[in-house]
Design a protein around this ligand. Structure first.
Ligand code: ZN
Length: 471
């Protein structure tokens, strides 16, 4: 029974032509699956493998990717004012993956400056969503009504088939309310999957904790920095996993350190599932497997890793920046070709993968933004390198707050005196030295915010004001 549902879903997802997919078809499949779930319970363990697509075999993968890129480039050449001149000298019907690499990547600056030219002329924009990251001026991405229906239907099908969400679930959503595409998608996905949803936004953590203590939410969606604040507050209140009814905590958008993931799992009694998603490249996403690789979803987009400097592909074991092309007909209104995410990953060494998502290629988890890398005589130091070490130090508050820059070949870290909690600068330097990073730690006595995180995008409420004033 499930096999039939999976095959139908795969047919609809992977066997696409140059035309748009009817979202109503996918919604109907989700409805059929919901009925099947009611009758037969959870899908089997092999469902994930069936969903992962033809990506284990390099030849099948290249064929799929070439067809998808041609389909995408063909539409951009015809409908996008931004890409028409870029593709003017390219035979899009015969475009190869090698030729694609000669097309310059699109940047966030292009999105900010040229967004009207990036909206395709054969669609009507309906909903805008803005980036909410901490790296400068937001980019605005417009979605069509088709995308607003298609993305949740795709998400519902894959989440239901993987047993990630279903009837009986209640999702508590603590991501920024301004991430409208993500909120809209998850709300509609829950509706299709027969689950309930509580969209709270980034309200004061005590309110979110109160909601979790109602034992209604079975899943929590938030940013790692917000999770860090939730864990800290739960400890302060003396709460433990027996107080909550969570089965999964889903995070993304920032570095999740191993120390924070372990603490959250222990405190809330649920595994933390790290994912990759970014407004600019929707609906392409990625999942982190049981051994910590990032596996991008290759059904909906092409993922390249380019060297930190230049346009050549990064070598196995090397750090590089992720460049992503969402495929038509999954991306419709304001598509991007070779979007430079600025997110840094490490290419894995060559050889077979040994993980629960081994059927699809992988890279390392995201290490942070390329613009945040500090060059030292020990090599490039990434945000992940720093956060993993700082968040593993006992006493240092979460999320890790610091300022990092290079100085005479060393990593110079500035940390607030109020955060040290008895640790000394020398102890922190020693811990970095243990990880092969020569570091100079400078202690700051000012109360400036040293590093912005998404948890700083707090959303005020009157209830929050009453709580914080003790009223
Ligand atoms: Zn893996």
């Amino acid at each position: 029974m499930f096999e039939t549902g999976i095959r139908q879903a795969r047919m609809a997802i992977a066997t696409v032509s140059g035309r748009r997919i009817g979202p109503q078809l996918l919604e109907r499949l989700a409805g059929d699956l919901l009925t099947t779930l009611h009758e037969f319970g959870a899908p089997g363990d092999d469902v994930g493998q069936l969903l992962d697509g033809p990506f284990a075999d390099p030849d099948a993968r290249e064929h799929f990717q070439t067809q998808a890129i041609r389909r995408t480039a063909r539409r951009l050449a015809a409908q996008s004012r931004f890409y028409r001149p870029v593709l003017a000298d390219v035979n899009v019907r015969r475009l190869t993956l090698t030729q694609l690499m000669t097309i310059p990547p699109t940047t966030k600056a292009d999105l900010v400056a040229r967004w009207p030219d990036l909206i395709c002329s054969d669609v009507t924009a309906c909903l805008s969503t803005r980036t909410t990251g901490t790296t400068g001026r937001p980019a605005e991405i417009w979605m069509s009504a088709y995308e607003a229906r298609l993305w949740p239907a795709l998400a519902a099908l894959s989440s239901m088939l993987r047993g990630e969400v279903g009837p009986g679930d209640c999702l508590q959503v603590n991501i920024s309310s301004r991430a409208t595409a993500a909120v809209q998608t998850v709300a509609r996905m829950c509706q299709l999957a027969g689950a309930r949803i509580r969209v709270l936004g980034q309200v004061p953590v005590r309110q979110s904790l109160d909601s979790l203590l109602s034992r209604e939410p079975t899943q929590l969606n938030c940013y790692p920095s917000y999770l860090a604040e939730l864990v800290t507050e739960a400890w302060r209140q003396g709460l433990s996993c027996a107080d909550f009814a969570l089965r999964t905590i889903n995070v993304g958008g920032e570095i999740l350190s191993a120390a924070l993931a372990a603490a959250a799992t222990e405190t809330f009694g649920a595994p933390v599932v790290d994912g990759f998603g970014m407004t600019e490249i929707l609906p392409v996403s990625g999942r982190v497997c049981d051994v910590g690789h990032l596996h991008p979803d290759l059904n909906t987009g092409l993922v390249e890793v380019l060297r930190l400097n230049g346009s050549a592909p990064a070598a196995p074991g090397e750090l590089g920046r992720m460049v992503v092309t969402p495929y038509f007909p999954y991306r419709d209104c304001m598509p991007v070709l070779r979007y430079d995410t600025g997110d840094v990953v490490r290419c894995l060494p060559e050889g077979p993968l040994n993980c629960d998502l081994a059927g699809t290629p992988a890279v390392s988890p995201v290490h942070g933004k390329a613009s945040h890398i500090v060059d030292t005589h020990c090599g490039p130091v990434t945000t992940r390198d720093i956060v993993e070490i700082l968040e593993s130090l006992p006493g240092l508050p979460w999320p890790a707050r610091y300022r990092a820059k290079g100085r005479d070949g060393f990593l110079q870290l500035t940390i607030a005196a109020s955060a040290l909690n008895g640790l000394t600068a020398a102890q922190i330097q020693d811990r970095f030295a243990d990880h092969g990073i020569d570091t100079l730690v400078e202690v700051s006595t000012s109360d400036e915010i040293l590093r912005h995180v998404r948890a700083d995008l707090s959303e005020a409420t009157f209830a929050g004001a009453a709580v914080t004033t003790g009223a």
